[in-house]
Design a protein around this ligand. Structure first.
Ligand SMILES: *Cc1c(COP(=O)(O)O)cnc(C)c1O
Length: 219
């Protein structure tokens, strides 16, 4: 089933879009099945689960931390994580920088924006990000690399709402690119789109989608 699902999702997106297979709550066996099909990018949202899986699965898997990350857990994933999607506070970014320096890595991060209507979703506003990126404190960090933006649309069946929110995120990306990252080729990732909305996301400019249930089944 996983193989068919992967093929179907891959066939429905352009080649430049990176598919992160969100394997949270699913067992290693499911990940291995996807791995056998050539999938290498996997997303998890809990540190403990990510650590256990990374410990047991092939070392060439690119692990994406997609969930809300607590500062006290950063140190556990920094030695191996491929990309941290959910950077939603200055405190977190500073901690990633500190822990990354200790293991002599530069960690690719995405700025998470709050674009949805739900209060429960995490993320910055554009004003906060502008302020952050201008601050000397940010400029002094040298073990994190801001590679783009991430966001989650409102959970709704209203396509127009979703489309508008993704469009906003795309605009934020472009504004930040122009203002702060013009000559920085690393700043190139737009991470938005999940099982229910990844088609809309790609139409609105996403180049990295995070898809769980459409690949591994419901949780
Ligand atoms: C769970 C999760 C996904 C995947 O959700 P599906 O609806 O199963 O595709 C994507 N992004 C984040 C941040 C998630 O927590």
């Amino acid at each position: 089933m996983i193989e068919e699902n992967l093929i179907r999702v891959k066939a429905s997106i352009p080649e430049y879009v990176t598919l992160v297979a969100v394997s949270k709550t699913h067992p290693n066996q499911a990940i291995e099945e996807a791995y056998q099909c050539g999938q290498r990018d996997f997303g998890e949202n809990k540190v403990q689960e990510l650590l256990e899986k990374a410990n047991e699965l092939p070392t060439d898997i690119r692990w994406h931390m997609i969930g809300h990350l607590q500062t006290n857990k950063v140190k556990f994933i920094v030695p191996f994580v491929h990309l941290i999607h959910g950077v939603d506070s200055w405190k977190l970014l500073k901690e990633i920088d500190k822990q990354a320096a200790k293991v002599k890595r530069v960690i690719p991060c995405l700025i998470q924006f709050h674009i949805a209507k739900e209060e429960t979703k995490f993320g910055f506003s554009m004003d906060e990000v502008n302020e952050l990126l201008q601050s000397p404190d940010f400029q002094s960090l040298d073990s994190v690399q801001i590679n783009g933006v991430m966001g989650m649309a409102t959970f709704t069946s209203n396509e127009r709402t979703i489309r508008n929110e993704f469009n906003t995120l795309k605009k934020y990306f472009e504004q930040l690119k122009n203002s702060f990252f013009k000559n920085d080729a690393h700043f190139s990732i737009l991470s938005f789109g999940m099982s229910n909305d990844y088609q809309i996301a790609v139409e609105e400019g996403s180049n990295m989608i995070r898809v769980g249930s459409s690949i591994f089944g419901s949780r």
